[in-house]
Unconditional design. Structure first.
Length: 224
């Protein structure tokens, strides 16, 4: 019997799920414009364990969304995951954020293209088939009317880029599942259990999030 705590903080969604043998027992999450991860994450971790009646000592592993995504969000999630792994002496599992997002789309055929907002018309994206087998690796790319034009089959776009991309990606075989916006720890449950069974673990000391691009430091417009 394996209990895995799953953490997703790569986007505006701060999400924690406790899973037993790959099935979510309890998930707590909130998506806010202000990125409340620093305040919410540890509260959610405590709540899902207490409400599920599972102690930290019962956990078999900690899983975290590895990116790409928000620099600050990823740092918060990975730091919390590594800290728990050190304290409990249990393995760390890293899961592809875009695969987590793609997992939220249930389709019978075609391709799923998860996209996370970067800057302007740039996105982080990958391509998966309907069985969640990766067909193209993660890229940072600028979306134009010619993007993905070589794909002739049905395509389903998911993520937080619908508003800026659907006016550009207008081919008849393109579909936007606008209800699928952010990745969630709920979907990490099955993916992390698969890795747990294979003992596909990270080196806790050296693991770093997958930022994909160098972090650009910008000056805050807010005082203080």
């Amino acid at each position: 019997m394996s209990y895995i705590l799953n953490i997703e903080t790569a986007t505006k969604n701060c999400s924690v799920a406790l899973a037993k043998n790959g099935e979510t027992i309890l998930c707590k999450e909130i998506a806010e414009e202000g990125y409340s991860h620093a305040e919410r994450l540890h509260v959610f971790i405590d709540e899902v364990c207490k409400e599920s009646g599972i102690s930290f000592q019962d956990l078999s592993a900690i899983a975290v969304s590895q990116g790409p995504g928000s620099y600050t969000g990823l740092r918060i999630g990975v730091s919390a995951a590594k800290g728990l792994c050190y304290a409990l002496n249990i393995p760390l599992i890293a899961v592809d954020t875009l695969q987590v997002l793609a997992s939220k789309a249930t389709i019978a055929e075609g391709l799923i293209i998860p996209m996370l907002d970067a800057r302007r018309m740039e996105v982080y994206s990958a391509i998966f088939d309907f069985k969640l087998v990766k067909q193209r690796e993660v890229q940072a790319e600028v979306i134009t009317e010619n993007s993905f034009e070589s794909i002739t089959g049905t395509v389903y776009f998911v993520g937080d880029c619908s508003d800026k991309c659907k006016s550009v990606l207008t081919k008849s075989n393109f579909n936007f599942l606008e209800e699928v916006k952010y990745p969630s720890a709920n979907e990490i449950s099955a993916l992390s259990f698969q890795k747990f069974q294979k003992e596909d673990f990270e080196d806790v000391a050296y693991f770093e999030p997958y930022y994909l691009k160098d972090f650009m430091i910008t000056t805050s417009k807010q005082a203080g």
